[in-house]
Design a protein around this ligand. Structure first.
Ligand code: TEU
Ligand code: CA
Length: 540
């Protein structure tokens, strides 16, 4: 099997905010086509497109009403085929989002299902007897509120996200057949793979399951899911594609089964290093915890599984504002730290220029459903509007959804019309056009890292070894084969520090390959300034 993705670097496009070619304020497929030369110059091998399917947009495309059509905001099926053809001609592959845990409540299947208990589509979704104010159980949805919505029929339907996103009933073989037919349709069209949205939630515990510590345990990688994953795998295996699952709740130990040579998928996104503040597990957000989680995944997947590497996506704030101090130097240090780990790196649009969080002033500027729900819940529980706004916008997904900053001018070169989401004011000095001209820019640093991954096979097939494990500021590791090794040292804090390298590391002869500061040599004891990042290779 051709495992091309092992040496590939991916780029995630949030189409709504990437580039607006027809100037209606919303990014579109022609915008992506227009910018293929940019993606080529960056050096990425594939793009993952967030959903571009027909959708009422309650959850920006993650509520699909027709799996085999393109949302008119983004263009047409002909535009999609043009994009696919042109991307392939440029040597760039295309991965689509596959959202099959749920559909939109406007999907024809659900419109039928709602008609009554005896409708043939009823069983495409999950229903249980309920009353207006008595739900089948007290499970909570990811977006706030109950997982159940009563619909007047003496029953409620189940949804792990918004009420407008009813969960499909995977136990029903007819549902699976329909989904598999749709998957083959896209693969036969020539796309290069899928990112499987929320895939670890497709199996649910029985409705009387009692929740103890983890609110989401009833639909996180529940036993029985293996059957569906195996069926999916058998479809995927017939194509030379790559698959990456968004698989929260799959532990690093279990992830081997998911991502080994003969696993369900080629790789999965783990969500552990990315836990939102205020949610269980968020204590991992300090650097020591972050290191611990990432290196456990490196170790547990070892040489049997495979990691998908990322520090940003469309569901989280900008990493330069979370782990960095918003300086270009910190953006480069973070890039250096994660791009050289073992796995396939993904870059989220704008990350490559060090885009930062948006300074939200009011809830009107916020689009995301889950943020509005949280705001309402906070107000109901007694927070003042100011407090609630601060709390919500501290971690809203919308930080990553502001338009990509192409230029310094009006609307950041994203569009000529007022965009659907405000452009960050710092586009005046954080933008692609300027960074393309500057050899020291964050963008140039990303290009170097991508090139490094191509030039150094040691970065794909070698082991990972964390060093300076208990250092609270420094993320440092070795990548090793029998004949070659590389040393990555990054200070991911706002303070200078000292490091004492193990003698077996300090004793070797090292040559610097890449840095965000000036050259320096490896010594046993070294000073690191805030966000210094150094990559060395051993000279043998
Ligand atoms: O996100 C899913 C998601 O974040 C949950 O599956 C996650 O497991 C949970 O929050 C645990 O912390 C995906 C998309 O990325 C997101 O944009 C969509 O809103 C969501 O699915 C629904 O389709
Ligand atoms: Ca447009």
């Amino acid at each position: 099997m051709n495992r091309w993705w092992k040496n590939a670097v991916g780029y995630q496009i949030y189409p709504r905010s990437f580039r607006d070619a027809n100037h209606d304020g919303i990014g579109d497929l022609q915008g992506i086509i227009e910018k293929l030369p940019y993606l080529k110059s960056l050096g990425v091998d594939f793009i993952w497109l967030n959903p571009v399917y027909a959708s009422p947009n309650v959850d920006n495309g993650y509520d699909i009403s027709d799996y085999q059509d393109i949302h008119p905001d983004f263009g047409t099926m002909a535009d999609f085929e043009e994009l696919l053809g042109k991307a392939h001609a440029a040597g760039i592959k295309i991965i689509m989002d596959l959202v099959v845990n749920h559909t939109s409540d406007q999907h024809p299947w659900f419109l039928e299902a709602k008609k009554g208990k005896s409708n043939p589509y009823r069983d495409y979704y999950l229903w249980a007897d309920a009353m207006e104010n008595k739900m089948p159980n007290d499970w909570k949805s990811f977006f706030g509120g109950s997982t159940w919505t009563y619909d007047g029929s003496g029953q409620a339907y189940f949804h792990v996200f918004a009420p407008e996103q009813p969960d499909l009933n995977w136990k029903n073989p007819k549902v699976r057949e329909e989904i598999y037919r749709m998957i083959r349709w896209w693969l036969d069209l020539g796309i290069d793979g899928f990112r499987l949205d929320a895939i670890s939630h497709i199996q649910k515990e029985p409705w009387d399951f009692k929740i103890t510590d983890n609110t989401w345990a009833p639909f996180m990688n529940v036993a029985g899911i293996e059957v569906y994953m195996q069926e999916l795998k058998e479809i995927f295996d017939a194509y030379p594609i790559m698959t990456v699952g968004e698989a929260s709740g799959v532990s690093s130990k279990k992830a081997v089964n998911w991502t080994k040579e003969d696993g369900y998928l080629n790789m999965i996104f783990e969500l552990e290093h990315n836990v939102r503040e205020g949610q269980p597990g968020a204590e991992r957000l300090n650097l020591l915890g972050f290191k611990k989680v990432l290196s456990r995944w490196q170790k547990d997947l070892g040489s049997n599984g495979w990691n998908a590497l990322y520090v940003e996506n469309h569901d989280n704030p900008r990493i330069a504002s979370i782990l960095g101090d918003e300086s270009p130097k910190s953006a480069k240090a973070i890039a250096t730290m994660y791009m050289l780990l073992k796995g396939t790196p993904f870059i989220y649009q704008g990350q490559e220029i060090g885009m930062t969080n948006f300074a939200f002033q009011s809830m009107d500027q916020v689009d995301a459903q889950d943020s509005h729900n949280l705001y309402r819940i906070l107000l109901e529980s007694g927070s003042s509007p100011e407090e609630a706004l601060r709390n919500v916008t501290h971690w809203t997904r919308d930080h990553s959804r502001t338009p990509l900053q192409w230029e310094g001018g009006l609307f950041g070169g994203f569009s000529e019309l007022l965009p659907w989401m405000s452009v960050n004011g710092n586009t005046a000095h954080v933008n692609i056009a300027e960074q393309e001209q500057d050899a020291q820019s964050v963008l140039s640093h990303y290009k170097q890292l991508i090139r490094l991954r191509k030039d150094q096979p040691v970065l794909s097939d070698s082991t990972f070894e964390l060093i300076l494990k208990n250092h609270p500021q420094v993320f440092a590791y070795l990548r090793k084969t029998d004949t070659k090794q590389m040393l990555v040292l990054t200070n991911l804090s706002r303070k200078p520090c000292q490091i004492d390298l193990p003698t077996r590391v300090a004793n070797k002869n090292w040559r610097m390959l890449l840095t965000n500061v000036e050259q320096s040599a490896v010594e046993k004891r070294m000073r690191m300034q805030p966000y210094d990042a150094w990559v060395f290779e051993e000279i043998i």
